[in-house]
Design a protein around this ligand. Sequence first.
Ligand code: GSH
Length: 282
Amino acid sequence: MYITLASEFHYLRQPMRLITIPVSHYCEKARWGLIHAGVDYVEDAHLQLFHYLVARRYNTRGMVPILVTDTGAITDSTEILRFLDQRLPESAKLYPKSQIQEVEALEEDFDERFGIETRRWVYFNLRTLPARQILKLAGQGTPLWERAIAPPFFSPLFRFLLHSLDVSRENVDRGFPVISDTFDWVKTRLSDGRPFLCGDRFTAADLTFASLAAPVLWPPEYGIKFPPLEEVPPSARDAIGQFRAHPAGEFALRLFREHRSPATDTQPSGTGTLAQKAAPSP
Ligand SMILES: N[C@@H](CCC(=O)N[C@@H](CS)C(=O)NCC(=O)O)C(=O)O
């Protein structure tokens, strides 16, 4: 099966390049898609705001993830998953023909509501960590020069980031029910014993839910390492513990453990390498 998948991408001379803000859960979604497809890729990771230097070459808003291939650049995590899916055999597709409408509708809803609120939640809950710890988290795999010059600019840059994401206690409180309702909805959905959101097979709906739930779960298999829970404020630690113990949290953690791997056992790792090796924070 690996030969089939690999040969589909053989015309591409260079490994694909995934431009990311490594901590981003939308970037995790694209990363997981590449791993699932068994594609060799390189991750080109950047600190928030520094990423504009690279991303704006490909889209004017400078949004990531961006997948650069020999045939063009694809922006948006959903478009990246769809691109990769075209070349997968039907048995490995994340958008199986028979369920495509349901999968796409769930993915869209997770992307547009749930993912926005889990991101806001984690930024709000990490905002009191020391700058050094936030840079250590966000800087994994990013160029040394970005990590070297970031510290003096950290406070204004972080404030700008919180402002641009509308991170405030009021908005986090308003958004929290979107997270808890989605968790409860997933729990109900799985209560008939089905192993995945759309039935018997792993789809883009599952991958998207798990990736976008990661900011409230901190799965060990995520593309970068989250800080040890002992180092985060008690309120965030308790909330993460509760999300992990929720049946939807357990489901997402299981997906990370069991499905963040190539679609078939016979493929080599297919995991990407960070373009810049992670080094200790300056
Ligand atoms: N719907 C988009 C969302 C991507 C997104 O929100 N990316 C954020 C990182 S989490 C970003 O690029 N932020 C930089 C900015 O807005 O300037 C997708 O699924 O790719």
